[in-house]
Ligand binder design. Structure first.
Ligand code: SF4
Length: 237
């Protein structure tokens, strides 16, 4: 039974739900990791951090909470400036274009995730058997995707963690939808910019889920692109 009726949904419970879903998914993955093929991911390898990061708003609020709790004020201000710049760069772009143009996630700093312990489900589920294939995707996304589709090459990502963390994300979205909270897909960098620039974004979102509409992912020619309806206005000084 869903434990949080809508009338008691609040900012703390929203991030608690994400924390619980992530901890559960991490636990399931730990149980299965030994039986999965080895993966090639390591600190400093960040090819996959140059693609569209599809999240739901509660994950954005979870990432924001992690940042507010672990970054100092100058770091938050620097991050907000980076997020603003990247949000402008990714507007209307899909993963292939981002990879081609080398546009990183706003949280990537010196090839390391600056919010590693608070990262969302999509990032946690990405485990690659081959950093070389990730590098090649970064260099030539469409060409490598074609080669994978035709069977010339193998795809790099492990299925099991991807399914576990995707399921956690879908489960959260469906449960929140059942209590009347719409959880459409948003892009992490663009959504985090909105979240960090509004102290009361959690309450705003609980009242009106359209506050993250500028970061919404839209399917264009069967590919997800960020914010085709226009990016968020620049935060007031
Ligand atoms: S949140 Fe962290 S792990 Fe995920 S894409 Fe951004 S930098 Fe990479």
């Amino acid at each position: 039974m869903w434990p949080y009726p809508r009338r008691s949904a609040n900012r703390k419970k929203i991030t608690d739900i994400v924390d619980a879903a992530i901890q559960t998914a991490e636990s399931v993955w730990q149980d299965l990791a030994a039986e999965s093929p080895a993966f090639d991911c390591h600190k400093g390898c960040a090819w996959c951090c140059h693609q569209t990061v599809m999240v739901i708003v509660p994950e954005v609020l979870f990432v924001k909470k992690h940042i507010v709790n672990t970054f100092d004020l100058p770091e938050i201000e620097a991050l907000k400036a980076t997020l603003r710049q990247r949000s402008l760069e990714i507007e209307g772009k899909d993963t292939a274009t981002r990879q081609t143009q080398g546009i990183a996630c706003g949280l990537l700093k010196d090839s390391v995730c600056s919010a590693h312990d608070g990262r969302p489900t999509m990032c946690r589920g990405a485990h690659s058997e081959s950093a070389q294939v990730c590098h090649d995707l970064f260099e030539n996304f469409d060409g490598v995707v074609r080669a994978i589709s035709s069977g010339e090459r193998s795809g790099p990502f492990l299925i099991v963690p991807k399914m576990i963390f995707n399921s956690a994300q879908t489960g959260m979205a469906m449960a929140l939808r059942d209590v009347g909270l719409e959880c459409y897909a948003v892009e992490l960098t663009a959504a985090l910019e909105i979240a960090l620039n509004s102290p009361d974004i959690e309450e705003e979102w609980l009242r009106d889920q359209s506050v993250f509409a500028p970061a919404r992912l839209t399917s264009v020619n069967e590919r997800y692109v960020t914010g085709v309806n226009g990016i968020a206005p620049a935060p007031s000084e």
